[in-house]
Design a protein around this ligand. Structure first.
Ligand code: AMP
Ligand code: MG
Length: 414
């Protein structure tokens, strides 16, 4: 089996290229109650049945008026009041008339603007006077009917993940349920003779299988359904049987066994199942041994994509966030799938590496004016304690061996 180790950008491009192909045909769909839609993906656009707003809405407490009437020495007659939750039932506003109005209330017919309550006063004669020589433009403090969206318009496209803004928009359209894509099913197989499951007492030389939990957590937060399988031993025949049994998943995630050691047998097991490998490593640190490819499903002509993730837990997470998450989003029918980076200023000097792009556990901190990022001291890619102190990964591109405090860098947020 030939090795194919790609630069970070090339590896990501390769994943995105395959992700674009798995997005078609779109996954199956199912109706889901709006309250259960968080993190799921819209299978069809949300359209608004009514104009939004459904009536010309006042954005202020004040007086609905004809803007041309507003001038210093011109008193206006107050015809009544309208508040949110009702509509003005009197006759349309005409010259030198005003209706007291509350924020969110429909602007009465005839009025074209709202004078803010702060800019008006009521004289002893009961007439409204404008303060301080103010004037008013037509449309001021009014959102016209349909200005946000016209009845029938698409307000959320298909392929969008339902987060709070999408759920708010759907609710404002009266949608108690949405048609969503079915969740992709991810099979997770951790490999390694050193692993024990939670609930089993480890011998001093054994460790708990934490990667299966980490991968399930990340997959679920990407909207997938995750199946944590029992751990697989570093025994070629058994590994091959386990991978063959899992090959009908939407995505297969393997942890461990992809490095150069004598007992790193995952690639061999996959090769014996006639896997196609797209890359067998990426010039990143941590995570260099990552493997990406696909194996044939039982159903002819269909493929299951797999990632072989290095077993060290920080490598596992970095590889998930960089490569697995985009693939999962695509399998779930999302259109925005690429990892997103933010920019921050390095708080301290950091050592880079000439050959690999580094993704180091880091803390993004600071306030809204300045975002800085500080690398968390760590013992390497097995250091889950350091990882748990971080809230993201600072990106140090290859080719530079030193990044100075104050330099602007990219951060992959969790
Ligand atoms: P490997 O990629 O199989 O060489 O694993 C590298 C190291 O990662 C192992 O020596 C373990 O310390 C750790 N490791 C592997 N698999 C897991 C796992 N499922 N959970 C936690 N740590 C793991
Ligand atoms: Mg191993």
């Amino acid at each position: 089996m030939s090795e194919r180790v790609l630069e970070f950008e090339e590896a990501l491009a390769e994943v995105l290229r395959h992700a674009a192909t798995v997005a078609k045909p779109a996954p199956e769909r199912e109706p889901v109650a709006l309250k259960d839609a968080l993190g799921r993906v819209l299978a069809e656009p949300v359209r608004t049945e009514r104009d939004q707003p459904p009536f010309a809405r006042s954005t202020r407490d004040g007086y609905a008026v004809r803007s041309g009437d507003i001038s210093e020495g011109q008193p206006l007659r107050i015809m009544g009041m309208v508040r949110a939750g009702e509509m003005w039932r009197g006759s349309p506003i005409s010259d030198c008339e005003a209706v007291e109005i509350m924020t969110g209330a429909p602007v009465p017919a005839g009025a074209d603007a709202v004078l803010m309550v702060e800019h008006a006063e009521i004289g002893t004669n009961g007439l409204l006077r404008v303060l301080g020589g103010r004037t008013l433009q037509a449309g001021e403090n009014v959102v016209p009917q349909g200005a946000e969206a016209r009845a029938g318009a698409e307000v959320i496209p298909a392929g969008r993940r339902a987060d709070a803004p999408e759920i708010a928009m759907a609710a404002s359209c009266g949608r108690g349920s949405l048609n969503l894509f079915k969740r992709p099913v991810v099979e997770i197989v951790a490999t390694g003779d050193e692993l024990v499951e939670l609930g089993t007492k480890p011998e001093p030389w054994q460790i708990y299988n934490s990667n299966s939990y980490a991968l399930a957590a990340m997959a679920e937060s990407e909207g997938a359904e995750a199946n944590r399988q029992s751990t697989a031993p570093d025994v070629l025949d058994e590994l091959r049987e386990r991978l063959a049994a899992a090959r009908d998943a939407d995505l297969l995630l393997l942890s461990g066994g992809v490095s150069m050691g004598k007992y790193d047998l995952v690639e061999r097991a996959l090769a014996e199942l006639h896997a196609e490998f797209f890359f067998t490593g990426a010039w990143i640190q941590p995570g260099k041994p990552i493997v990406f490819g696909r194996i044939a499903k039982r159903k002819p002509g269909a493929w299951t994509y797999f990632f072989g993730l290095p077993g060290n837990p920080v490598s596992t997470e970095v590889c998930f966030r960089l490569f697995v998450a985009p693939m999962l989003r695509a399998l779930g029918g999302q259109t925005a799938i690429a990892p997103r980076f933010v920019e921050a200023l390095l708080a301290e000097d950091v050592k880079g590496a000439t050959r690999v792009t580094r993704f180091l556990p880091a803390v993004v901190e600071g306030d809204w004016k300045q975002v800085s990022v500080r690398v968390v001291p760590w013992q390497g890619s097995g250091d889950l304690a350091a990882n748990a102190r971080a809230n993201g990964f600072v990106v140090l591109p290859s080719g530079e061996d030193r990044f100075a405090a104050g330099e602007s860098v990219r951060v992959l947020l969790r």
